[in-house]
Design a protein around this ligand. Structure first.
Ligand code: HEC
Ligand code: HEC
Length: 334
């Protein structure tokens, strides 16, 4: 029998062998398995800027509240089109520098949403900058901390580099001053925008989501027409225009009471969704959303907007959406 009380040599040897066994199981074997993985063909590498953003993401401890892993269960299917694969973390095979391995930022805490696909879910740079500066400006009840030390206040929105004057990347006005994003903030946002789940086109994902409910029950849950419009709005528009349709002063205009939303002729409204919108100085830029939404989706969203928050306007004819989409498609090819 090992006498661990009296024989220190045995004690040290036992501790050492437990340490070696665990290291092999937890660190060396997984690293060895990872050797076999290849990037998915066509997957994009991070650019130099996105890589700097990755370092800031690590330095600021964002992983403490955000995961980047879509598990193969139904409830995770809001965060990506397919469950995550080992190859998705291929970037972590490249070292950050001589001393440091790039960590896989899978995370374990989901205080905030999973960020695997945040680049597709929220492509707007303005939104991300505003959200980092103060999350409460865009998400009223957010508990995410401010990262306002990545910004500074300036009285001019232009910067001179050599002989040229360039507009700086700013978030919105505060009095006459502007809030200027530092390079760190811009790099971090570039990294966030690069987070897009790589999709397989002609390829069956090797793993599917395990549904908690059978498919027909799932559709029955969100089946009513009214809720589809509301949930599509929530997913595609509410981040900027807010659930209550009131927008964010100085950044995103209200849709409640908007003349464009309530216009008897919804042509402008549909065009804004299809093509994006950048008409006024005091607001940011709205990205084009037509590619992600079918004509039926757009009808559901516009009908929701035209009948909520005190808005009263007639339903939008589906043919009009199809016609406008076609006419835009045609004008593109001309
Ligand atoms: C204390 C926990 C916490 C920390 C730390 C944190 N976040 Fe968040 N984050 C949240 C919560 C909660 C939300 C959801 C509410 C919101 O959108 O603000 C969120 C939302 C987000 C969103 C929007 C996600 C979506 O689906 O709309 C992004 C992007 C984001 N965080 C990025 C970051 C980055 C980058 C960092 C590090 C600089 C960070 N977060 C640090 C809690 C956190
Ligand atoms: C990334 C943020 C963002 C998202 C997401 C977004 N918008 Fe916008 N939207 C804006 C901004 C910014 C403007 C103002 C642009 C300007 O006037 O320069 C705007 C303007 C509008 C206007 C014009 C309102 C008025 O009265 O002037 C409508 C209508 C609109 N958006 C509808 C939508 C709908 C519908 C969706 C979802 C399908 C949506 N938006 C998603 C940022 C966004």
């Amino acid at each position: 029998m090992l006498n661990l009380h009296k024989d220190h040599k045995n004690l040290v040897l036992l501790a050492f062998s437990v340490f070696v066994t665990l290291s092999i199981g937890v660190a060396i074997m997984p690293a060895y398995q990872m050797e076999g993985y290849e990037p998915i063909p066509g997957m994009k590498d991070l650019t130099a800027q996105e890589r700097r953003g990755l370092s800031i993401y690590i330095a600021e401890g964002c992983v403490g509240c955000h995961t980047q892993q879509v598990r193969n269960i139904e409830m995770d299917n809001t965060w990506g089109d397919r469950p995550s694969l080992a190859s998705d973390y291929y970037y972590s095979k490249q070292r950050m520098d001589v001393w440091r391995q790039s960590p896989s930022l899978l995370g374990s805490e989901r205080t905030g949403p999973d960020l695997t696909d945040i680049g597709s879910r929220q492509p707007s740079k303005d939104w991300h900058l505003l959200h980092l500066y103060n999350p409460r400006l865009v998400v009223e009840a957010s508990v995410m901390p401010k990262y306002n030390w990545m910004f500074h206040i300036s009285d001019t929105s232009y910067v001179e580099i050599g002989d040229v004057t360039l507009p700086r990347s700013i978030t919105k006005m505060e009095g006459g001053d502007v809030i200027v994003a530092s390079r760190d903030a811009l790099d971090l946002v570039a990294y966030l925008k690069s987070l897009q789940q790589f999709s397989f086109e002609d390829y069956d994902p090797p793993m599917a989501f395990i549904p908690a409910l059978p498919k027909d029950e799932l559709t029955a849950v969100g089946g009513a027409k009214k809720t589809i419009g509301a949930s599509l709005y929530q997913k595609n528009c509410a981040a900027c225009h807010q659930t209550n349709g009131r927008g964010v002063k100085g950044a995103f205009p209200p849709l409640a009471g908007s003349l464009i939303v309530n216009n008897k002729n919804p042509e402008m409204l549909i065009k804004i969704i299809l093509m994006g919108y950048d008409a006024r100085e005091e607001y940011g830029v709205m990205p084009a959303l037509g590619e992600n939404l079918s004509d039926e989706d757009i009808k559901a969203i516009t009908d929701h907007e035209r009948s909520s928050w005190g808005n009263r306007a007639p339903e939008v004819p589906l043919e009009m959406i199809t016609r406008l989409r076609d006419s835009i498609g045609n004008s593109k090819t001309q």
